[in-house]
Design a protein around this ligand. Sequence first.
Ligand code: NDP
Length: 232
Amino acid sequence: MPTILITGANRGIGLELVRQYAADGWHVLACCRSPENAHDLNKLAQHSNGQITLHLLDVTQAAQRAALVAQLKGQAIDILFNSAGVSGSWSSQGFGQCQEKEWLDVLHINVVTPMLMMQDFAANVALSERKIIANMSSKMGSITDNTSGGSYLYRSSKAALNMVNKSAAHDLARKGIAVVALHPGWVRTDMGGPNGELSVEESVAALKHNLANVTFADSGRLIDIDGSTIPW
Ligand code: NDP
């Protein structure tokens, strides 16, 4: 049974990733900050015959990451999916509004922790058959696509994540691991808001399709929801 580890698995796109991968027969290591309060995730897990396991993980907490590394030592992980992310408040990231503390928090969660997760779990991915790391990025991190300005916190974090993704693709090539950045579309979640173009079900179905087609030749790409490459 293939295994996927998903961060931010308690709601939004992460929760739907859990649901659809479990439905396809995968073992899902569902990580979230507060497993005891993750009601929807617990409900899914209860009906999964042990296929979905819950794991405590605030990605910013080194001790929690270390505990999970120890718990999963020697276990193959086919896909490490760094989905957890934050946007920062949309109403306070225009020119003249940006605050240092909030910006650093966004960078910490969206850029630094995916890298730490890759460092922590690359050995597990290397043991697997598929050997894929997926970092949830965004078209908003594309410099080419930026025709409207603003959103400094979020845009800069995803642009930096794209660079982290590309370097890791080079560095993990020797382990045979493909590292890809994914854009999930504009999705109706707490982050995406009610006007998003896609439901979580539609987004995740397309993300899964794209991941199923990933080969080593795709490593380093920023992949749009339709499978095309988003320019940097
Ligand atoms: P949501 O706001 O719905 O969910 C965010 C998830 O990230 C939650 O599970 C949240 O957990 C988790 N999270 C935040 N901080 C941490 C942390 N420190 N440790 C562990 N988990 C954390 O967002 P989406 O589902 O919409 O977004 C998922 C990913 O997709 C993000 O990386 C986002 O940037 C990206 N994305 C989303 C788009 C959209 O339109 N929705 C578009 C482009 C990219 P908790 O409940 O504990 O806060």
